[in-house]
Ligand binder design. Structure first.
Ligand SMILES: [Zn+2]
Length: 155
């Protein structure tokens, strides 16, 4: 027994006869978009036949059904591209978010005030911690004549 084979061209040809008023380029692109959105051939066939039997349906309904489940994901972006159209806002937003996440760029800059200069008290504490770290580093590397770090005085 051979497996069920997809036949998108024949399905479009059937629609051409059954629904002559349809835009068959749109249907062909919608079938491709549905496939690229992850639909099985069985699903594409069943949905297309269902729409062909519905008096007020159009190939745009197939495309909308395919996009409904995949927009905002990579599959949605691929579906739009395979249908030869610009991606929708959800897909653009998802792609931007994915690109920014990959580059570890936050969506928003740090809030104002987060990088304000340190206070004089905090600077003194920071300087003491740094001096202790430097002294420990120097001793750890075998330096015999470690002179404690003395920051220059600001005149
Ligand atoms: Zn989309």
């Amino acid at each position: 027994m051979t497996e069920i084979q997809p036949a998108p061209d024949e399905l479009v040809a059937l629609a051409r006869v059954m629904r002559p008023q349809w835009d068959h380029d749109v249907l062909a692109k919608a079938i491709l978009a549905a496939k690229n959105a992850g639909w099985t051939w069985d699903h594409v066939l069943a949905e297309t036949v269902r729409l062909m039997r519905k008096a007020d349906a159009s190939p745009f309904d197939l495309k909308a059904a395919a996009y409904r489940v995949c927009c905002g994901t990579l599959a949605g972006m691929i579906a739009h591209q395979s249908a030869g159209e610009k991606p929708c806002g959800w897909c653009l937003q998802a792609e931007t978010a994915a690109r920014l996440a990959a580059e570890a760029v936050t969506r928003r800059p740090a809030p104002a005030g987060a990088l304000d200069p340190v206070t004089a008290d905090q600077a003194t504490v920071n300087r003491a911690v740094l001096a202790a770290e430097i002294e420990e580093f120097e001793r750890g590397r075998g330096a015999a004549n470690v002179v404690p770090y003395r920051p220059r005085r600001i005149a």
